[in-house]
Design a protein around this ligand. Structure first.
Ligand code: GAR
Length: 214
C-alpha cells in the first residue's frame, strides 16, 4: 500500500485480510510522509512500514524510482494507493499499469484531483461517492473498477459529506481488492474484465457491500 495520511483505508483492508474476508496479505506500507499516522498503524499491526522524504531526492523521478524500488523489493501482486497524495511519474508507472489501483473520493470522471467534496457541493451534485480505479499516467483517469454512491443531503457541509463518503470507501476498497485477489475482476490485454466479459462500466457497491454490475 502507498499512503500519505490517516490510514483508515489501510485499517479497513488490514481488518478484512486478518479476518479472512479477502484472500490478501498486506506485505508493506510505503509513504512519502515520515510522520503519516498510517505508518504507525502498520507497525502496530506488524506490517513493515517505509517512508522516504521527497526532499532527500533531486526531483520527482528520482524519488518515485527510489520509493517504487522499495515497493518492488516486497514483490507485491497488487499495489494499492489509499490516500497517497503525490503524483507518480509516468515512466515509473508505465510498467505497473494493471497492477496498481487507487481509491479516489469522487464518482470519476467527476472531480478528479483535490477538494472533491467541496467541488461536489459547489456543483450542486445530488450524488457523490468514491471510485477505485486502475492507475495510469493520467491523474485519476484510469479505468474505474467500482464505485460507491452516497446521496448529497440538504445541509451537508464538506466534513459531513466527507464522512459519509469515507464510510463507504472502506467496504468499496475491501470489495475491490477482494475481487482482484480472487480473479473475479482482472486486468488483461490492456483492459479490465469481470468474469469472461469486458468491464465496460464500473461495478457498484450495493447495500450488502457486494460489487454488482450497474
Ligand atoms: C481517502 O478519502 C481517499 O479517498 C483520499 O484520501 C483519503 C485517505 O484517507 N484519496 C485521495 O484524495 C487521493 N487523491 P485514509 O488515510 O484515512 O485512508
Amino acid at each position: 500500500m502507498l499512503a500519505s495520511g490517516r490510514g483508515s483505508n489501510f485499517l479497513a483492508l488490514h481488518r478484512a485480510a486478518a479476518q479472512g474476508r479477502i484472500p490478501v496479505r498486506l506485505v508493506g506500507v510505503f509513504s512519502d510522509r515520515p510522520a503519516a499516522p498510517v505508518l504507525a498503524h502498520a507497525r502496530d499491526q506488524g506490517i513493515p512500514a517505509v517512508a522516504l522524504s521527497p526532499r532527500d531526492y533531486p526531483d520527482r523521478l528520482a524519488f518515485d524510482r527510489a520509493l517504487l524500488a522499495r515497493v518492488a523489493a516486497v514483490q507485491p501482486d497488487l499495489i494499492v494507493c489509499a490516500g497517497y497524495m503525490r503524483i507518480i511519474d509516468g515512466t515509473v508507472l508505465a510498467p505497473l499499469v494493471g497492477r496498481m489501483i487507487n481509491i479516489h473520493p469522487s464518482l470519476l470522471p467527476r472531480h478528479r484531483g483535490l477538494h472533491t467534496h467541496r467541488r461536489a457541493l459547489e456543483a450542486g451534485d445530488r450524488e457523490h461517492g468514491a471510485s477505485v480505479h486502475v492507475v495510469t499516467a493520467e491523474l485519476d483517469g484510469g479505468p474505474v473498477i467500482a464505485q460507491a454512491v452516497v446521496p448529497v443531503l440538504p445541509g451537508d457541509d464538506e466534513q459531513r459529506l466527507a464522512e459519509r463518503v469515507l464510510a463507504r470507501e472502506h467496504p468499496l476498497l475491501v470489495a475491490s481488492v477482494g475481487a482482484l485477489a480472487t480473479g473475479a475482476v482482472r486486468w488483461s490485454d490492456g483492459r479490465l474484465w469481470c468474469g469472461e466479459a469486458p468491464l465496460d462500466a464500473p461495478l457498484r457497491l450495493d447495500a450488502d457491500d457486494r460489487l454488482v454490475r450497474p
